[in-house]
Design a binder for this molecule. Structure first.
Ligand SMILES: [Zn+2]
Length: 100
């Protein structure tokens, strides 16, 4: 099941949702919007706009449902994006004294 679609936030299976995801679609487990950058094939935290596509209008909130025409749900989005982002945040917090 390497290509299963899972919630970017909680990792729950999104197999019950119909594709393509509409803007109103949410994770059945945690209610997070699923048509979001964090769930997208083109999401890339290392890019300036965190997107591998040449977006005209930057989607600022990566965790809110968007109208982006490039949206393509990425299998295994939970692990992919989150770990790297969480690690980066941790390191930053360490660097600047953290918020403990
Ligand atoms: Zn979820």
């Amino acid at each position: 099941m390497a290509d299963a679609l899972v919630c970017w936030k909680c990792g729950a299976s999104l197999a019950s949702l119909l594709l393509p995801f509409g803007r109103a679609e949410v994770c059945p487990a945690c209610n997070a919007d699923v048509r979001v950058c964090r769930m997208c094939e083109f999401f890339d935290p290392t890019r300036s706009k965190q997107c591998r596509e040449t977006v005209v209008d930057e989607v600022r909130d990566k965790e809110r449902a968007n109208f982006c025409g490039y949206f393509k749900p990425k299998p295994g989005a939970h692990r992919a994006g989150d770990d790297a982002a969480a690690r980066a945040r941790e390191q930053l917090e360490k660097l600047f004294g953290g918020k403990t």
